[in-house]
Design a protein around this ligand. Structure first.
Ligand SMILES: NC(=O)c1ccc[n+]([C@@H]2O[C@H](COP(=O)([O-])OP(=O)(O)OC[C@H]3O[C@@H](n4cnc5c(N)ncnc54)[C@H](O)[C@@H]3O)[C@@H](O)[C@H]2O)c1
Length: 275
């Protein structure tokens, strides 16, 4: 009997740039891409972490502040100079931004957040699309949105606004770029214990010793339809890998929500399913 094992090398020879790839979701995705045969450029502002990770996956690291258009352009240029093409762009860099009441929102803080979370994605789509069109590469672009873009009350006002805007931009870009065979999609993670989420929870709960397992447990209990099952960095990396691969060849303009169903249904009234 012949066994048809799925090929592990789903991105063999593909060239990818990952912004915010030094740690968290971006780093988990960089590893998954490399394990699947891709050449990965990590673009971040955490130079030491980023360079170390790039070395370990035989990738490249470039210092890139996504709020600066020229930095993003240079990161993409590095990929093109290195391997002659760009197949995958993961616009993942983001920050959590100012918390507190809308009545106290400081406009300069909002603008500073948008410069990274939103302009960073605009820069990424713009220059990745240029490189892909020029190189006649039917590439794929993936952007990090959030469950906060779907349901209110999950993050700060500024962050929520930025993540919702990304969905609109990804859809309009998918519309324009489809003619070149370029797919543009989003992922919307929820409650994944990265540094970003851990530092927010440590502040909210006033507990500096909080560990990722503790946050997973809270999310699994309160923020997931799959009781007891919170999300992990790898859950998101696998979803991004899918969207980046040919398996998602007919999927564009989509937002893949990775939230254990949390934003799809409220289980407050699940008693109606008893009996
Ligand atoms: N963790 C979650 O639950 C969750 C949920 C929804 C969305 N997201 C999104 O996922 C993405 C990754 O976040 P994470 O959770 O892994 O957090 P993280 O803080 O661990 O990673 C963010 C990465 O982005 C980098 N970065 C920040 N500002 C940058 C800039 N100006 N230029 C370049 N790089 C920059 C950081 O150095 C870091 O490596 C973000 O866009 C975040 O909004 C995360």
């Amino acid at each position: 009997m012949t066994h048809h094992l799925p090929s592990k090398r789903r991105l063999l020879g593909k060239v990818a740039v990952i912004t915010g790839g030094a740690r968290g979701i971006g780093a988990a995705t960089a590893k998954a891409f490399a394990e699947n045969g891709a050449y990965v450029v990590i673009a971040d502002i955490l130079d030491e972490l980023g360079a170390k990770l790039a070395d370990s996956i035989r990738g490249r690291y470039v210092h890139c502040d996504v709020s600066i258009e020229g930095d993003v352009e240079r990161a993409i240029q590095l990929a093109v100079n290195w391997k002659g093409r760009l197949d995958i762009m993961f616009n993942n860099a983001g920050i959590s931004g100012p918390e507190g009441s809308i009545t106290n929102l400081k406009m300069e803080q909002l603008m500073a957040l948008l410069a990274i979370n939103l302009n960073g994605v605009v820069h990424g789509i713009k220059h990745a699309a240029r490189a892909m069109i020029e190189g006649k590469t039917a590439g794929t672009i993936i952007c990090s949105s959030s469950s906060a873009a779907i349901m209110g009350g999950l993050a700060s006002h500024a962050y929520t606004l930025s993540k919702e805007a990304i969905l609109g931009l990804a859809r309009s870009s998918a519309c324009e770029l489809g003619v070149h065979g370029i797919r543009v999609n989003c992922v919307a993670p929820h409650g994944v214990p990265s540094e970003m989420l851990m530092s927010a929870y440590r502040r909210f709960l006033g507990n500096q010793n909080l560990q990722p397992e503790d946050v997973s447990k809270i999310v699994g209990e309160k923020g997931s339809l799959l009781r007891g099952r919170g999300g992990s960095l790898e859950d998101v990396a696998k979803a991004v890998l899918f969207l980046a691969s040919g398996d998602a060849g007919f999927i564009t303009g989509h937002n893949l929500v990775i939230d254990g169903g949390y934003t799809s249904a409220s289980n407050q009234m699940s008693f109606i399913y008893q009996g």
